[in-house]
Design a protein around this ligand. Sequence first.
Ligand SMILES: CC(C)(COP(=O)(O)OP(=O)(O)OC[C@H]1O[C@@H](n2cnc3c(N)ncnc32)[C@H](O)[C@@H]1OP(=O)(O)O)[C@@H](O)C(=O)NCCC(=O)NCCS
Length: 209
Amino acid sequence: MNENIVIRRETPADFRAAEELTREAFWNVYRPGCMEHYLLHVLRDDPDFIAELDLVMERDGQLIGHIMYMRAEIHADGGNVIPVMTFGPVSIRPDVQRMGYGTMIVRHSMRMAAELGAGALCIEGNAAFYGKCGFAAAYTRGIRWQGEPENASSPHNLLCVLKEGFLDGITGVYCTPPGYFVDDAAVEAFDATFPPKAKAKKPAVDITK
Ligand SMILES: CC(C)(COP(=O)(O)OP(=O)(O)OC[C@H]1O[C@@H](n2cnc3c(N)ncnc32)[C@H](O)[C@@H]1OP(=O)(O)O)[C@@H](O)C(=O)NCCC(=O)NCCS
C-alpha cells in the first residue's frame, strides 16, 4: 500500500472525532443505533482503562480507525485471579472497511499489549475476523464467560494467549470489566449530542452470525 498509515496514542483532541467514527462504524450493525460511542466516552475514565493502548489510526492524516483496551480478569477454578486484557470497541471508518485496516490496528495493538506484559486477551467478537489475528473460541481452552452456562460453547467468546504457557493448566471464568455494562438511558442522552441519525428497526448487518 502506497499510503501513509500512522497508529498512535489517542489524545484529547481526538476524543470527539473518535467517538463520531465509532458511532458511524457501529450504527445499526448489532442493534438499532449503537452504544459503542458512549462506551468509548465513559471508559476513558474507567479504572480498568489502559491509556497506553487507546489508539487511533490515521491514513494520510485522516482518522480512519480506533481501538481501546481494558484490564480484565479470569477467575481460575483453583481460586486464583489471573489478570488479562480485553479490547473494544474497535472501529474502522465504514468507507474504508474490508481493506485490511482492522487487521492492522488489531495486530499492532496486540503486539503493544504483549510488550506491556499481557499474557492473554479475552474478547467477544466475530471469529472470522479475529481468527486471523490469532483468536480461538475460549471454551476450547476451558475458559467460560461470566453469566453464561457452564457448558456454553459460544463461538463469539474468544481468547488469544500472548505469552506462551500463560494459561497452561488453568480453567476458569472470564469476567467482563463492569464498565462495559452501561445504562440505555445514558446512551440515548449522549447520542442526542450527535447529529440525528435514523435507527433501523432490524440490524442491517450482523457479522457475529
Ligand atoms: C470489524 C472491523 C473492525 C474490521 O475491520 P476491517 O478493516 O473492515 O477488516 P479487515 O479488512 O482487516 O478484514 C479482515 C477479515 O476479517 C473478516 N471481516 C471483516 N469485516 C467483516 C464483516 N463485516 N463481515 C464478515 N467478515 C468480516 C473478513 O474475513 C476479512 O477478510 P476479507 O475482507 O479478505 O474477507 C470493521 O469492519 C468495523 O469497524 N466494523 C463495524 C464495527 C465492528 O463490528 N467492530 C468490531 C466489533 S467485534
